[in-house]
Write a protein that binds this ligand. Structure first.
Ligand code: 13P
Ligand code: SF4
Length: 306
């Protein structure tokens, strides 16, 4: 077994040699975030993937994220170091499920959370992430909207937007595990601490939050809030950067079960192995890619503020 420093050195050399960049989602293992060229949320990473002039993108995240990078930049080689790193929420709706829902609601636009397969994106009008969902829904002319696949995100958005909304019944098993009782206990133990949570949490948990935002939004919140202790309702990988960027602050995870097993699959060894052999390349059939790209491009064109 090679030493960690040797593996990191070899990865860096190969990244340079292959004109590659390494992107890591905010939930990745600490050691993966540590060597990434960029860490970020789904929106930030998809923007970087679209704009970068690298030839190869090593995407340390889950399958739909690498797929989005490949949809946006088909001329680049996109590597997902572990092909089995999927997102259970994205797998909760198929293309034929969505076709059936569309047939029931002719003319109603479909907003697909990026946590979906390329096939589902291709059947949608526009994509969104947790960072821009309110802006995306408000950007639509229609008064009715259908959202897939996350019932919790959709429920949260329906309370922020004056639209008639319906949604698919998917959810994130990791965020779903956080209970209001666990949050209330953490609040009782830390009475001055604000609670920030991800909109993938259940509505009863979101109701207890002082601030609801994407993973990157949490870094901003942690920086700007005056309190020194913050309760965080999302996957534990977020703690790496929160603690690094705010050494004077304390971050409390209200539950030990906030771990996404899929986000933890990729190791440094996997990155090295896939780069060495240029293995685990993610690509999307051209017909699906073109239609999915339209939905992603439309999302990326939504202005940041109205
Ligand atoms: P964001 O990073 O976009 O907030 O998404 C969270 C998530 O669950 C990704 O799988
Ligand atoms: Fe999917 Fe939830 Fe894991 Fe994100 S945290 S990849 S939504 S299962």
């Amino acid at each position: 077994m090679e030493k960690k420093e040797d593996i990191v050195r070899d990865i860096r050399l190969l990244l340079k040699e292959r004109k590659a960049i390494l992107l890591a989602h905010n939930y990745q293992r600490d050691e993966v975030q540590e060597i990434a060229d960029h860490t970020g949320d789904s929106l930030g990473l998809s923007q970087i993937a679209a704009e970068s002039d690298a030839r190869v993108i090593v995407f340390c995240g889950v399958h739909f994220m690498a797929e989005s990078a490949s949809i946006l930049s088909p001329e680049k080689t996109v590597i997902l170091p572990r092909m089995d790193a999927g997102c259970p929420m994205a797998d909760m709706i198929t293309g034929s499920d969505l076709e059936e829902e569309r047939r029931k609601r002719p003319g109603v636009p479909v907003v697909a959370y990026v946590n979906t397969s390329a096939e589902v994106k291709a059947l949608s009008d526009i994509c969104c992430t947790s960072a821009n969902a309110v802006r995306v829904v408000n950007s639509l002319e229609e008064d009715r909207v259908y959202m897939v696949p996350d019932r919790n995100l959709a429920h949260y958005i329906s309370r922020q937007c004056a639209k008639e909304m319906e949604w698919w019944h998917g959810f994130c098993p990791t965020h779903e595990r956080l209970t209001p009782q666990e949050v209330l206990k953490a609040k009782e133990e830390n009475p001055d601490a604000p609670f920030v949570c991800h909109p993938e949490c259940r509505p009863e948990v979101v109701d207890l939050a002082d601030h609801v935002c994407s993973t990157s939004g949490m870094y901003r919140f942690a920086r700007e809030v005056s309190q020194k202790t913050i309760i965080v309702g999302t996957e534990m990988g977020i703690l790496y950067r929160l603690r690094k960027e705010n050494p004077d602050k304390t971050f409390i995870l209200p539950s030990e079960s906030l771990i996404c097993p899929n986000m933890k699959l990729i190791t440094l060894e996997d990155i090295l192995e896939s780069l060495e052999g240029m293995k685990n390349i993610v690509s999307v059939p051209e017909g699906i890619r073109k239609r999915a790209k339209k939905a992603l491009d439309r999302m990326l064109a939504v202005p940041r503020d109205f």
